[in-house]
Design a protein around this ligand. Structure first.
Ligand code: ADP
Length: 215
């Protein structure tokens, strides 16, 4: 699942894994989890992530390769937030080719203004992790989690300066990956994901994946 921060990759990846019964592999979630467990990593990687920059390729590549080797990924998987640099894309293509695994890259295309509106409106429950959006998915009671009533917070990397940095990192390091994948003859499918509901976008993605299975 490929796209800018705020394009809805996480939401679509979760819907797709549920539909297909294969694991959702989110490098953002994996990194956050590792940083919480590992003090050494916390010292080096957490600050990079909080600033909106990218974690080192070597660390991310190793982490993903380990994860893809686990049994539940043998029948397929949905990657969310990976590859995010050219070095990661090269590594992944190599991994896929070695095993004869066919990919389809779903590029969620969203205009810049919608991205900004989505990212600045994002709120999270600090207790259960549920994500909300003040514009598109507000909580039932103002600023309170629907599940446990906890006061919602802005995730560290959703502050305005960090959002700008994350979008910069996307433009500089991740966007070129799309061109790389296209030139390498990988299957890239663009899906308009700016104005329709997540369910409508999801139906489009399911159509592409069904075609891919038939091919
Ligand atoms: P978003 O896509 O909304 O920026 P993620 O949860 O995917 O959020 O990523 C959060 C942060 O984790 C990124 O800003 C970056 O610091 C780090 N990260 C996630 N995936 C990668 C990756 N493949 N390579 C390097 N850093 C990553």
């Amino acid at each position: 699942m490929f796209g800018s921060p705020g394009s809805g990759k996480g939401t679509q990846a979760k819907l797709l894994t549920r539909r297909l019964g294969i694991p959702h592999i989110s490098t953002g979630d994996m990194l956050r989890e590792r940083v919480q467990r590992d003090r050494e990593l916390e010292a080096s990687v957490a600050s990079v992530m909080h600033a909106g920059a990218l974690a080192p390729d070597q660390l991310v590549n190793r982490m993903v390769e380990e994860r893809l080797g686990q049994g539940d990924a043998a029948k397929g998987f949905v990657l969310d937030g990976y590859p995010r640099t050219l070095a990661q894309a090269e590594e992944l293509c190599h991994w896929l080719d070695e095993r004869g695994v066919r990919e389809v890259v779903i590029y969620l295309a969203v205009d810049y203004n919608s991205i900004i509106a989505r990212l600045t409106g994002r709120r999270q429950c600090p207790r259960c992790g549920t994500l909300y959006n003040l514009v598109s998915q507000p909580p039932k009671v103002d600023m309170q989690c629907d599940r446990d009533g906890e006061a919602l917070v802005i995730r560290d990397d959703d502050s305005e300066t960090v959002i700008r940095e994350r979008l910069d990192a996307y433009g500089r390091q991740t966007r070129p990956v799309l061109e790389f994948l296209r030139r390498a003859g990988r299957r890239v499918e663009e899906v308009a994901a700016g104005s329709d509901s997540p369910e409508q976008v999801f139906e489009r993605i399911c159509g592409i994946v069904a075609n891919h299975d038939r091919a």
